[in-house]
Design a protein around this ligand. Structure first.
Ligand SMILES: Nc1nc2c(ncn2[C@@H]2O[C@H](COP(=O)(O)OP(=O)(O)O)[C@@H](O)[C@H]2O)c(=O)[nH]1
Ligand SMILES: [Mg+2]
Length: 464
């Protein structure tokens, strides 16, 4: 990790706080509308479940112009929570909000969390809980569910388990879950969930690493935290949080930059840590903590026509890059699918009267998926594409950022296919499809390992 860049104001805050046992860290950027609730829930959780520990809550904000930091400070007085919970904690909560410094000129969620790690280490906390500031479904118990395994169970890392709507979490479902599982053998269902528990030891480990990148300063942070816990040999578990309800994103419209940051990070880490995955076969369950709830997560609309159009549009400009990055047979298969996607998207638009005056906002996900129903992007092809990317990152002849950017339209095609094929399934049945895809990643792992070892052999024969 780069040398500390804490501002004098943050250092003063650390000196004032002295030390703490448990810390909740909340990164934020323009979350005035929702962060007050998150702060109250976290506060109530600290008071209710850890009344004997010295707690601190730190909001690490990007300097939001919408009053996010004011909301954190002004959200009701600390005594209120104690009075409604009838708990008299040993220590009063310290509630802090600060503007985090950028890292090498780059700000984002990861830069916000790095400041949180530095404060947690300086205060020598035993457990750090991080939660997102746009959460609607957080309740006080989440603090116990995330910190409990660390404080009571001897774990170093708690990953969240949520019930999510079948079309939510597409980066997780298509890349981070199946790839983390197949590479490292741990079935961590939400490796980039954003709500984590971390032990003091693991915080110190994070601060000792020197693989930080601009992508990690942004949304690469979550997969970096999870992967670094695994490659560092830390004890990981999961915790059942119920539903994740937060500001929704449409995969076709909002997730491009996030996809690039997350996927660049997971691929780069895979290329850096072959020893952590080359010998791993199959996968195993990761212990889960917390009561299992039955919850129907709120539905989410997805513009499936746009996903297929973007897949096709990408193929028009990126075919050369795909041919360089992917195995020839996989590139051919992907290009043929992209052509079909373009044809189907045009037909569907015409049939649903989209285009011109109507931008498609009135067609439902189901109507679009019906109109595209013959499209199918196979699990095996997607797994091979992702493995080709791991190999391409190692070869290094295409810069990783550009390589991953070129994958975005293929990801849109894959997500489009998932939406179309699962249009009639319940969220529980769609979950079985995610599992099936993850098994395909495992079954095809020898495809990756064999090619990786062949590159080792070639490198040994002709040393640079
Ligand atoms: N400090 C900071 N926090 C950010 C930034 N971007 C996102 N976040 C926070 O990171 C968390 C997750 O972001 P969100 O946009 O909800 O992503 P998602 O839920 O993972 O799709 C939220 O708490 C955001 O406020 C940023 O640029 N700076
Ligand atoms: Mg969110």
């Amino acid at each position: 990790m780069p040398a500390t860049t804490l501002t004098p104001a943050i250092r003063d805050e650390i000196a004032r706080l002295g030390r703490a046992d448990i810390m909740v860290g909340i990164p934020s950027f323009k979350n005035a509308a929702t962060i007050g609730y998150v702060v109250r829930a976290a506060h109530a959780g600290l008071v209710q479940y850890f009344p004997d520990l010295k707690p601190v809550l730190v909001n690490s904000d990007a300097g939001s112009p919408d009053g996010t930091q004011r909301v954190v400070i002004e959200t009701e007085p600390p005594d209120y929570v104690e009075s409604i919970l009838l708990v008299r904690p040993t220590n009063k909560l310290d509630r802090v909000t600060l503007t985090y410094p950028e890292i090498d000129g780059v700000g984002g969620k990861g830069a916000a969390l790095r400041t949180i790690f530095e404060i947690a280490a300086a205060l020598e906390v035993q457990a750090l809980v991080v939660v997102d500031s746009d959460l609607r479904s957080i309740v006080p118990e989440w603090i116990e569910l995330l910190a409990g395994p660390i404080l009571k169970g001897g774990y170093d890392f708690t990953a969240p388990l949520y019930s999510r709507y079948k079309y939510d979490g597409t980066i997780t479902n298509t890349v981070t879950y199946p790839l983390t599982r197949a590479l490292y053998g741990h079935r961590i269902r939400q490796p980039i969930g954003g709500d984590f528990g971390v032990s003091g030891d693991l915080v110190r480990h994070y601060l000792s690493l020197d693989d930080w990148t601009p992508e990690i300063s942004k949304f690469g942070i979550d997969i970096w935290m999870t992967t670094s816990a695994l490659t560092g040999g830390f004890a990981v578990c999961q915790t059942r949080l119920g539903a994740k309800v937060h500001d929704p994103k449409d995969p076709g419209a909002d997730l491009g930059p996030m996809f690039r940051q997350v996927v660049s990070t997971i691929l780069s880490l895979a290329a850096q840590h072959p020893d952590a995955w080359l010998g791993v076969r199959g996968s195993h369950d990761v212990p889960a903590y917390g009561f299992e709830r039955i919850i129907d997560p709120p539905p989410l609309e997805v513009n499936a026509i746009r996903l297929l159009s973007e897949f096709h549009a990408g193929s028009l400009t990126l075919a050369d890059t795909w041919r360089r990055a992917l195995d020839p047979a996989n590139a051919d298969a992907v290009l043929a699918l992209a052509e079909e996607a373009g044809r189907l998207a045009d037909d569907a638009s015409r049939r649903l009267g989209i285009g011109g005056e109507n931008d498609g906002s009135r067609a439902t996900t189901l109507e679009m998926a019906e109109a595209l129903s013959t499209f199918h992007f196979p699990d095996e092809l997607w797994a091979r594409v992702v493995y080709d990317l791991v190999l391409a990152v190692r070869r290094g002849d295409i810069e990783t950022g550009r390589l991953v950017a070129s994958l975005v339209p293929i990801y849109f095609g894959r997500v489009g296919s998932f939406v179309i094929e699962n249009r009639h399934l319940t969220t529980a049945d769609a979950e079985e499809r995610v599992e099936r895809q993850a098994r395909h990643f495992e079954l095809l792992k020898p495809y990756l390992v064999d090619r990786w070892l062949a590159m080792d052999a070639a490198a040994a024969e002709s040393p640079a």
